[in-house]
Design a protein around this ligand. Structure first.
Ligand code: 3HC
Length: 447
């Protein structure tokens, strides 16, 4: 089966979810682009968007429409060539509307799993539950005559376990996108000992068409990206607890401080508590629960996360993409308050922010903002100056930041020692391209 034939009938399971909708968008665009090629004229391309939630599927179609418009606006020259024989499409907006129609035309939103029985390629992005994944993939395989390939987006379950339990020998691979899939350039690729070379070759070809960067990970629970993120998040939670005890301040104030340290002082796109909210407190907790039994020498769980879940504080996003409240409360994309786990309500930032900022001390004048660094040719120079100034300072904010940077580096190094990542470069690439960091965690800044 050629690359094009494989992509003529595809299914995405969990298509209305956060990761599923991004995978669906990227795949729909790739399939529509193939269908527009002269050599594929007359061939059908079908993308089954499968999800249990009809409301979620309605939201998905809205998301697709908006995102495909942005995609189309960036490639009007190519689209003009593809639609060269269409005299009715004159203005750019005619061409963009036609392309949106063609992409959406590929997509079949359905709630029935049976739609996947005809597919050659299945992307799995359902919730992080091994039994559910095994059942769904096993059922599809039993009911299909196509010997389909399974690309699972699991964020933590070892692929060989799904492969064995669902009886998919050689036809499954971990193809792990990062959130949001349309933006983050990383795909982690996880082979099992049995994954076929044709599956791997296709995975590389498909990732290349999507302009993604592939980093291989060995098949250990959490892989490289979540292997780093989960430990970094646990460190953040523990640091907040320790700070609250040491300074005798409420935990919500310590959460504010650690979140600010991890965003502004470490020059990251989001603070660690904001990132937990973004991924979802519940999702982070699920991932930790999957990872924990696989790492006997570490305790990869934290009761604070369980407590938040019990209190109904889960983070994640609405289908519109807006952020739900979690550790932090959001209004119009901005943080306005922090959850008080003891009194079970949000405390407005204005009530304590100035006091905490004063406790942290001033940031060095050399401080740089994450966004300003992304395309800055002097990035390394600016970061070196800033981090050297941090190391020389004795303010609470600088001390916490240097300690955090060192811990983040140690986590990265251990991923190589534990044989999860092949090498340090891979760890750094994962954090640069999957988490949009401005620098890799294993660096000379925090020696
Ligand atoms: N779909 C499509 N595009 C999106 C999007 C989405 N869901 N969310 C954001 N974007 C686009 C915006 O439209 C904007 O595009 P433009 O430049 O063409 O206008 C661009 O991304 C930047 O967005 P914003 O200007 O609104 O905001 P930021 O510059 O702050 O970037 C962010 C937002 C890309 C989310 C950035 O804050 C970020 O990268 N944060 C870190 C996220 C992260 O760490 N992800 C990994 C989580 S772990 C994971 O996914 C693994 C899993 O297994 C748990």
């Amino acid at each position: 089966m050629t690359y094009e034939e494989r992509l003529q009938n595809v299914a995405v399971l969990g298509a209305a979810g956060k990761m599923g909708s991004g995978i669906l968008l990227l795949t729909a665009v790739e399939m529509a682009d193939l269908s527009l090629q002269p050599e594929n004229k007359g061939k059908s391309f079908v993308l089954n968007a499968i999800d249990v939630s009809p409301e979620g599927l309605a939201g998905l179609m809205k998301y697709l429409r908006e995102q495909v418009r942005k995609v189309a606006e960036k490639k009007t020259v190519w689209l003009r060539q593809m639609y060269a024989n269409r005299d009715d499409l004159v203005e750019n907006y005619d061409i963009i509307d036609e392309y949106i129609f063609d992409v959406l035309n590929v997509v079949r939103p359905v709630t029935s799993m049976a739609a996947a029985y005809e597919s050659n390629l299945i992307f799995e992005a359902v919730s992080e539950n091994r039994d559910l994944k095994v059942k769904l993939l096993g059922d599809i395989d039993k009911n299909s005559k196509n010997n389909p390939w399974f690309f699972t987006n699991t964020s933590s379950v070892p692929i060989n376990l799904i492969e064995g339990d669902a009886g998919l020998d050689g036809r499954i691979i971990g193809f792990h996108f990062y959130n949001p899939p349309a933006v983050q350039r990383l795909v982690e690729l996880i082979k099992t000992e049995k994954t076929g070379t044709d599956v791997v070759e296709f995975a590389h070809a498909y990732a290349k068409k999507l302009r993604k960067i592939i980093v291989p990970s060995n098949d250990f629970a959490g892989f490289v990206g979540n292997g780093h993120f989960m430990r970094d998040a646990l460190h953040g939670i523990k640091e907040a607890e320790a700070l609250a005890a040491e300074k005798n301040i409420p935990l919500y104030q310590a959460i504010y401080i650690i979140n600010k340290v991890t965003q502004d002082y470490l020059v990251r796109p989001m603070g660690i508590f904001q990132l937990i909210d973004y991924v979802g407190v519940d999702v982070v907790n699920f991932i930790l629960n999957v990872m924990n039994p696989h790492y006997k020498d570490e305790e990869l769980r934290h009761e604070l996360l369980e407590k938040l879940m019990e209190q109904g504080v889960k983070g994640g996003q609405y289908s519109s993409g807006a952020q739900k409240d979690g550790f932090l409360k959001y209004k119009g994309g901005r943080v306005t308050a922090i959850w008080d786990i003891h009194k079970q309500h949000y405390v407005e930032l204005e009530k304590f922010k100035d006091e905490c900022d004063e406790m942290m001390g001033d940031m060095p004048d050399s401080a740089v903002a994450w966004k300003s660094l992304l395309r800055n040719k002097k990035k390394d120079e600016l970061l070196t100056t800033f981090f050297n100034d941090l190391k020389a300072a004795s303010t609470l904010g600088s001390v916490l930041a240097v300690k955090y940077g060192q811990r983040s580096k140690a986590i990265g190094e251990k991923l190589v020692v534990d044989n999860v990542a092949h090498n340090i470069d891979d760890v750094n690439t994962v954090m640069l391209t999957g988490f949009f960091h401005a620098y890799g965690p294993v660096n000379n800044f925090f020696d």
